[in-house]
Design a protein around this ligand. Structure first.
Ligand code: ATP
Length: 236
């Protein structure tokens, strides 16, 4: 059974419709990527899945349950967690305080110590800097905090919006390696990325969003090697 399913979702902002028909199936333990041109609505889809935007039509299913109208904080408590674009850290708070905020929902709190040890093992840099204000970290370190804060919520599905944005190539490769490690622990990951090449290289399955629809899908390796897909949809 899929862990998350998006069925024919339409969404947007007030009267402005951005998505007309977006569908996705996330199998447990798989890394899925969602790619598409700038402004096509990838973030809008993640916000709708998370519950920050209400779908105009269509439905969203999590672990076999219709969660289309469930608010974001309840979804987070069920294990559906979003690492938002632009990180949205509490910059005046320390790394540790940001991470503790990630564990604020009741189902994550009992696992706080275990998850903290896990994220410090994955990101030793954050362990070294745990008492530093997060606003004073480098962009890459802040992105680590954003991902680590998502992990502190003890997710079953982790959705990450633009992991590589503004990061150096070296750091980008490192963070994608971290995602692979997370996948090996059984975590289901949905990645929205403008670095299409990298996203298709690390993920198992991909969706291409175009004109408000999920126009194409397939195993990532297949999408990456198809000449028509590469030139018509991926700008490669
Ligand atoms: P990018 O890769 O550039 O982040 P995206 O595919 O994630 O793009 P979205 O951020 O979902 O695209 O934006 C889709 C469209 O929705 C854009 O035209 C954008 O201007 C519009 N949009 C985004 N947020 C709002 C908002 N709060 N109110 C109105 N329109 C919005």
């Amino acid at each position: 059974m899929p862990i998350l399913e998006v069925r024919e979702v339409a969404s947007g902002y007030g009267d402005v419709q951005i998505l007309w028909n977006a569908s996705m199936v996330l199998e447990p333990g798989r890394m899925t990527c969602l790619v598409g041109a700038n402004g096509v609505g990838k973030t809008t889809l993640l916000r709708t899945v998370m519950g920050q935007l209400k779908p105009m039509s269509g439905s969203i299913w999590f672990e076999g349950r219709d969660v289309s109208r469930v608010p974001a904080y309840t979804k987070a408590a069920l294990g559906l967690v979003l690492v938002p674009e632009g990180r949205q850290l509490f910059t005046d708070m320390t790394v540790l305080e940001n991470l503790e905020m990630g564990a604020s929902n009741p189902h994550a709190r009992p696992a706080l110590k275990r998850n903290l040890a896990r994220v410090f093992e994955m990101f030793p840099r954050l362990h070294e800097r745990m008492h530093q204000k997060s606003g004073t970290l480098s962009g890459g370190e802040q992105q680590m905090v954003a991902v680590a804060r998502g992990l502190m919520a003890d997710p079953k599905v982790l959705m990450i919006d633009e992991l590589s944005l503004g990061l150096s190539p070296v750091l980008t490769v490192q963070l994608f390696q971290n995602l692979k490690q997370l996948k090996q622990t059984g975590l289901t990951i949905l990645l929205v990325e403008q670095n299409v090449q990298m996203a298709l290289a690390v993920s198992d399955y991909g969706y291409v969003l175009a004109q408000g629809r999920t126009e194409l899908e397939g195993p990532s390796r297949q999408l990456a090697s198809d000449h028509h897909v590469r030139s018509a949809y991926l700008g490669l």
